[in-house]
Design a protein around this ligand. Structure first.
Ligand SMILES: [Zn+2]
Ligand SMILES: [Zn+2]
Length: 353
């Protein structure tokens, strides 16, 4: 009855439930890199097998969405709906989806599916699965009225949460959490943050809660103001020297030129983490910047365990990122603003005009 065949991908009476229209509004990538178009007649997805359909209550804008829109990441679908920080309400369930009830609040994140059988998947490193798929890249995401997700890759959220303040946790928060763990920051240590966007802001909150001090190097007065407001002990741009050697550093900006600066600012034995999925080429690095047993590490997506741990932490710390809220109608404008630097921090879409 549950054999892995097309027979399980049937529609149930629930998937045909009234109340969900046949078509929806959705932002879709266009042929031209860098552009998005609002479609009003995109077919509403149907939840098949282990999938659930959600009404998108809020969706965050991530720099990775820009990498998809601008084709800095290779094109996986000819046209795709970006958006992978979705807070939604379950409206329909596929025939094999029993984990959530209709009406439950869930989160949909970047990691969409893994093979479950390869070495990394079986050893707790599913973020390194070679057959993994991603929301808003390999399948349509949340810049739309509705979206579907496999129940196993969704996060259960409390019904009382604020969708707008929660959406950035689904990528910016999870990746920041993993980056901070990879940074091996000692208790009470000094963390350097290079590039202060959505993920960096949440990471700084977590680091402060762990008793760390945070020093920030970033472009743009908006980012620097936000870093100061968040309690950074030092804020400057890439030309400003850090006040003392860093114990660990995380580079969030997708700029390879920052890597030697971060290494040089970090004490011997310290760790530098590169948190982005895309980065411009690293320049040639003097060996003495690495020598002294400095570790240079990357972050590659996340595991579901990272996400579950971040949401437990978010509940105890009351993590509530400061967000700029906009309606879904303004997604193209917001993408341009994030690209140009006119918009900074966590941008979240909720509601349609
Ligand atoms: Zn795998
Ligand atoms: Zn993201």
């Amino acid at each position: 009855m549950s054999e892995a065949s097309g027979a399980t991908m049937r529609e149930t009476p629930e998937t045909k439930m009234a109340g969900v229209p046949e078509t929806m509004r959705a932002w879709v990538t266009e042929d031209e890199p860098g552009s998005l178009r609002l479609r009003t007649d995109e077919p509403t997805p149907r939840p098949l097998g282990d999938e659930v359909l959600v009404r998108v209550d809020a969706c965050g804008l991530c720099r990775t969405d820009l990498h998809v829109i601008d084709r800095e990441l290779p094109q996986h679908l000819e046209h795709v709906v970006p958006g992978h920080q979705i807070v939604g309400t379950v409206l329909q369930r596929g025939a094999d989806a029993h984990r959530f009830a209709v009406g439950d609040r869930i989160g949909v994140a970047w990691l969409r599916r893994t093979c479950g059988r390869c070495g990394p998947c079986r050893s707790g490193a599913e973020n390194l699965c070679q057959r993994s798929q991603y929301t808003g890249w390999d399948a349509n995401g949340g810049f739309a009225e509705y979206a579907v997700v496999s129940q196993a890759f969704a996060y259960r959220l409390r019904s009382a949460i604020d969708p707008v303040r929660t959406a950035p946790l689904l990528c910016a928060g999870i990746i920041g959490y993993r980056a901070l763990n990879r940074a091996a920051l000692p208790d009470g240590g000094l963390l350097g943050i290079f590039g202060y966007g959505s993920s960096a802001g949440i990471t700084a909150q977590i680091a402060h809660a762990r008793g760390a001090r945070v020093a920030v190097s970033t472009r743009g007065t908006g980012n620097r103001d936000r870093a100061r407001d968040a309690g950074a002990v030092f804020v400057g741009d890439a030309t400003a020297a850090m006040p003392e050697p860093l114990d660990s550093a995380i580079v969030f900006a997708p700029a390879g030129d920052l890597v030697p600066l971060a290494l040089r600012a970090t004490r011997p034995g310290g760790t530098v983490v590169l948190a982005g999925i895309h980065m411009t080429d690293l320049p040639s690095i003097r060996y003495e910047f690495l020598f002294g047993e400095r570790d240079l590490r990357t972050v590659t997506a996340n595991t579901r365990a990272d996400g579950e741990a971040l949401f437990r932490l978010a509940a105890t710390l009351e993590l509530r990122p400061a967000v700029t809220e906009m309606t879904f109608n303004r997604i193209a404008e917001a993408a341009n603003g994030l690209r140009s630097g006119a918009l900074s921090g966590s941008v979240v879409f909720a509601g349609w005009d």
